[in-house]
Every structure is written in C-alpha cells, then in structure tokens.
Design a binder for this molecule. Structure first.
Ligand code: SAM
Length: 245
C-alpha cells in the first residue's frame, strides 16, 4: 500500500534541507504542497520535477480524499509546506490522521522547525517548554489566552506575524508581567537576529524600527523559577474571582 511522507523543508536557508528529504521528494509519485507556486521554486532548485498538487486548509477535505485515493493505489505521496515541518502551525494534521486511520504508513522526514530552531539558540531554559503556535488575532481573545498561561512554569513559544508583534508584546507585558523574552527574527536567513531582554526593553528597542520578516517569540517563566511556591497570593486569586463577576 501507499506511503505518506511528511517532509520538512527549509525555513529560509536552502542549505537546511536534508539529503533524505531531497531523495524522498525525487522518488515520490506525487508531491502535495501548501502553495504549489512557492514550492516549485524550492523543488526546481534541487532539480526535482514531480507532479505537484495543492493541499491547504481550504481544500483539505477534497484534496485529502484525492491523496488518500492515490495512497490506496499504492502511490507514494510526499507532503511539504511553505516552510519547516508540515503540521506544525501548517496544514497536514487532518491528512495524517486520515491516513493513519485508513492504515497507510506515515513516515516523518525531519528537518527544521522555527520553534525548535529559535529555542536552541535563545539562551532560555530548554528542558521543558510549551509551543503555543499563533496567539488569537483579536486582542480580547489574545489577552484571555495569555491570562491562561500566566502561571505556566515552562518557557512559552509563540509564532507571530511582524505586523502584530507590537500589539502582542504589549499584551504580554500587561498580562504576563515584565519578564525576560527573546524575539527570534529571520532565522537561518541573512538578517537573522535575536532580540533579548525584559519585555519592556524589547518593546523600546523595537519601537525605534519597523519589524519585518518572520518572528518567533519565546517567553521565560515568571521570575523566581521553579523554587517559587505554586500558590498564588490570596489577593490575586480574589482579584481573578472578582473579575469573573
Ligand atoms: N511549519 C513551520 C515550522 O515548522 O516552523 C511554521 C509555519 S507557520 C505558518 C509560519 C510562522 O513560523 C511564522 O509566522 C513565524 O512565526 C515562524 N517562522 C517560520 N520561519 C521562520 C524564520 N525563518 N524565522 C523566524 N520565524 C519563522
């Protein structure tokens, strides 16, 4: 029966594709890509010319069925997305789930993911962390989400778009407190940079410029670390209770 490969591709620097990924893509019968125009450039860079089909959020039901049919006919399908590892804040989850349920073999072909890439050089604790993906776009929902994470003792990792970065950082400062953060920008690319400091200091730095490019935001646990008691001051608990009305 068919095999579905979940193939990670670079998050910027084309040298970050693996030998295995290139071989699997060359050998696949069909490549399913989030954006075929975008992926055609990557594939042609590596001399890969294979039938391409699109697979993205809004056609995932129709295309998922088509891809499962191909697997049913014994074909090999490779799924890629615009950058990094498919299924990580990217399409693919439903396809993997359906392929597993239908009894097909699903094989991961690992490579970069922005979250792990950012964490590895952030200088923040790496032993335990929480990947939160994108925060909600709307401020109210974003602040609610951050409130749920306030007492989290692990490093928080977020994906954010550059035009929402300022708003998200301001909400983090208000709700999480002025903690140490790292903004990892343009990872693996020419203008890669890590902006480190307390949230307010990072906001000040960023206020002086317009942030472009892709970013990962990493937030250190509340100061005091793990030794700090887990119980919250009574006044704070009471405050939450009263807020809820
Ligand atoms: N599947 C991808 C992965 O494995 O990292 C993530 C895809 S998600 C739609 C895109 C987000 O990932 C961007 O908004 C940004 O937060 C982050 N990202 C992707 N490439 C990046 C890079 N080179 N530098 C910093 N952040 C990046």
């Amino acid at each position: 029966t068919g095999t579905l490969y979940i193939v990670a591709t670079p998050i910027g620097n084309l040298e970050d594709i693996t030998f295995r990924a290139v071989r699997i893509l060359k050998e696949a019968d069909l490549i399913a890509a989030e954006d075929t125009r975008h992926s055609r450039k990557l594939l042609s860079h590596f001399g890969i010319s294979k039938p391409l089909t699109s697979y993205f959020d809004h056609n995932k039901h129709l295309k998922g069925k088509y891809i499962l049919d191909q697997l049913g006919e014994g074909r090999t399908v490779a799924l890629i997305t615009d950058a990094g590892t498919p299924c990580i804040s990217d399409p693919g989850y439903q396809l993997v789930r359906d392929a597993v349920a239908a009894g097909f073999t699903v094989v991961p072909v690992p490579g970069p993911s922005a979250a792990i890439t950012a964490l590895s050089a952030s200088g923040l604790p790496t032993d335990t962390f929480v990947f939160e993906g994108f925060l909600p776009n709307r401020q109210g929902k974003r602040r609610d989400k951050l409130a749920l994470l306030r007492d989290e003792r692990r490093v928080l990792i977020f994906y954010e778009s550059p035009n929402r970065l300022h708003a998200a950082l301001a909400d983090m400062r208000d709700i999480l407190g002025d903690r140490e953060i790292v903004v990892a920008r343009e990872l693996t690319k020419v203008y890669e940079e890590f902006i480190r400091g307390d949230i307010s200091a990072v906001i000040d730095q960023l206020n002086e410029r317009k942030i472009k490019g892709e970013v990962v935001v990493l937030v250190a646990p509340r100061s005091g670390g793990r030794e700090e008691g887990t119980s919250r001051p009574l006044a704070e608990l009471l405050g939450d209770y009263l807020d809820r009305g």
